[in-house]
Design a binder for this molecule. Structure first.
Ligand SMILES: [Zn+2]
Length: 424
């Protein structure tokens, strides 16, 4: 069989930025592209047809969530999460690492506490401290964690993450990595990064075994002319791509080392994970992308604010995912060309204009701020749907414009004009 994905760069910017085409078993993705998150094999409040109408090209589901509920065995029987949820385009799953660590230890809010815990880390078994220790425990082999749902105990290893992701059946996977807190000290960031590199080798090795089995099954059925079986729900014959995940926190030397070590491992693509300083995220992403192989797609995990997207694109990232646009949309915090608004504010109750008059989404074409405000204030279910549609389309359309601007050599102009108005 041919390679699971291929990536062609159409145009390069002066720096690291580029526009390209990523071909997957379920279609092409024009990059840069915003990846829509469907945590539990559903983009909350939206049908897959609505998701497609947003211009979404690819959906990412979370391994951790689908493993716990309904279970990756059920998703496998359904023919993979794309088929399960009736999304026929390209798909991705994350490694489960981020949720194991973040849901296990109140990520972000307890930075100082984690930093303190990090300082006393010694030896192989790392206890994440009082609260975190109850939910996630790391050793060289993997992580034992308790379910956020019922407290039951589970264990992920790099091999297990690959097996679960193969059951979930997406086109693109991520290697199992250790996510650190932004406040963790250097010594711990280095340990976690080195462990992530050892886990990357194990992820790649198990992934290749599982891909080879799929290939053998495909070849046999293909030779037998058993096309019904190839198309049947139980078989997932296509091979999947694996992205290695660069870590290293905020430290330039660690990030560069991580990019060098993983870059040499011949992954199909690369994820950039963990935390950066908000102010110079673009710079830090640039350290990594200057080293990673140029011909592989790069996915910056967990960003979705306009300013961050500009920084990531001009510094060489091709894909991004984030729950924030949809989550904000469901809560009534809506993007406009002039910055975010909170539609719950009383001043919108009599504004009979679209949320953003320049937006081409279904919500803005058909409804007023006053109506959407009314839905939010009366807790109507349609509020979350209309809010999600608008915010997701706003971000997807912005990244589409970035792609066009790269092709037209007008990226800097777009960035300046957009951010001047958005931040005013
Ligand atoms: Zn809109």
């Amino acid at each position: 069989m041919i390679k699971p994905i291929s990536f062609n760069i159409e145009k390069k910017m002066a720096g690291l930025g580029r526009a390209g085409v990523l071909s997957t078993p379920h279609g092409e993705i024009l990059t840069p592209a915003f990846v829509t998150v469907g945590t539990k094999a559903t983009v909350k409040a939206l049908t897959p047809e609505m998701v497609a109408d947003l211009g979404a090209q690819v959906v990412l589901a979370n391994t951790y969530h689908l493993y716990l509920e309904p279970g990756d065995d059920i998703v496998r029987e359904a023919g993979g999460f794309g088929k399960f949820m009736n999304w026929h385009g390209p798909t991705m799953t994350d490694s489960g690492g981020f949720q194991v660590f973040s849901l296990g230890m109140a990520f972000g809010t307890k930075v100082s506490k984690l930093a303190k815990v990090g300082e006393v880390i010694e030896g192989e078994v790392i206890d994440k401290g009082d609260e975190a220790g109850k939910l996630a425990k790391i050793d060289e082999d993997g992580v034992t964690f308790k379910s956020y749902k019922d407290g039951s105990e589970h264990r992920f290893t790099p091999e297990r993450s690959m097996e679960i992701q193969h059951n979930l059946g997406a086109d693109m996977f991520f290697a199992f990595d250790e996510c650190t807190s932004p406040g963790a000290p250097y010594k711990y960031q280095r340990e976690a990064m080195e462990r992530t590199h050892r886990w990357a080798i194990r992820s790649l090795s198990r992934h290749r075994e599982l891909n080879a089995q799929k290939g053998a099954e495909f070849t046999r059925k293909d030779a037998e002319g058993d096309y019904d079986s190839l198309r049947s729900s139980a078989s997932i014959p296509h091979k999947s791509a694996l992205f290695g995940v660069v870590q290293g926190g905020r430290h330039q030397d660690l990030r560069e080392e991580s990019a060098r070590v993983l870059g040499a491992m011949n992954f199909d693509g690369y994820g950039i994970g963990g935390s950066f300083d908000k102010d110079d995220m673009g710079t830090a992403v640039g350290w990594v992308n200057a080293i990673l192989p140029e011909d592989k797609p790069r996915h910056l995990l967990g960003i979705g604010e306009p300013e961050d997207l500009f920084g990531a694109v001009e510094n060489g990232c091709d894909l991004f995912d984030c729950v924030a646009p949809a989550r904000m949309g469901r809560n009534g915090t809506l993007h406009t060309r002039d910055g975010k608004i909170n539609i719950n504010n009383a001043k919108f109750m009599r504004e009979f204009t679209p949320i953003d008059s320049e937006c081409d989404c279904y919500t803005c074409k058909n409804y007023t701020r006053a109506y959407v405000a009314h839905l939010f204030r009366s807790n109507e279910m349609l509020a979350g749907t209309l809010g999600s549609i608008h915010n997701l389309r706003f971000i997807i359309a912005l990244v589409e414009k970035m792609r066009e601007a790269i092709l037209d050599d007008t990226f800097d102009e777009l960035k300046t004009n957009f951010l001047n108005r958005y931040k005013k």
